[in-house]
Design a protein around this ligand. Sequence first.
Ligand SMILES: [Zn+2]
Length: 219
Amino acid sequence: MNIILLAPPAAGKGTQAKFLENEYHLNHLSTGDLLRQVAREDSELGQKVKETLSNGNLVSDEIIFQLIDHYMAETKNHQFLFDGFPRNILQAQTLDDILSERCEKIDAVFLLDVTEECLKKRITGRRLCKNCGAIYNVTEPSLKPKNESICDKCGHELYQREDDNEKSFEIRYREYKKQTEPLIEYYRKQNKLYSIDSMAKAEEVFHRITSIIEKEMIK
Ligand SMILES: [Zn+2]
């Protein structure tokens, strides 16, 4: 089973990826993580990626394909959860090609559907712990820390990520829309797209995803 997760910023993609990874023993293939990992390696490719990233440039599609191909060849368990990839139609088509060379395919694409208004609220209310990484949200009663600036778990100070503001959200959201809309169409035409209402608690969203997987994919 190979799955793609598509989601706007702050829709809870990281949480769902973790749930899915554990439940179905999928390899979570995050291109962001993969790039950071390769950049630390002492190889020609590592050097190239490191330079590109530190110059603030986007890594080319070609390098991304190379990485994914390499990662898939090295991984024994061939069940992938793609996160942050594909980002455009060319990448989606190439991924289809890479998979079909291995007699595999994408089985489902889950789109976490959350309104823009709700995402904005989540982003601007998000607080993180400097010490233990715990995540809170001051706009949501169930995720609110007892004291807005102190971590409930370890007592350290909470902070707001620099790009967790309305202006930066709008830029990220527009970029997401531009990139993702053609992909939604691409996978919808292949009957692989499942839009998941994700305005609920993470556990409920996960339940919606697993119901589809059990019903449609696990025979
Ligand atoms: Zn903490």
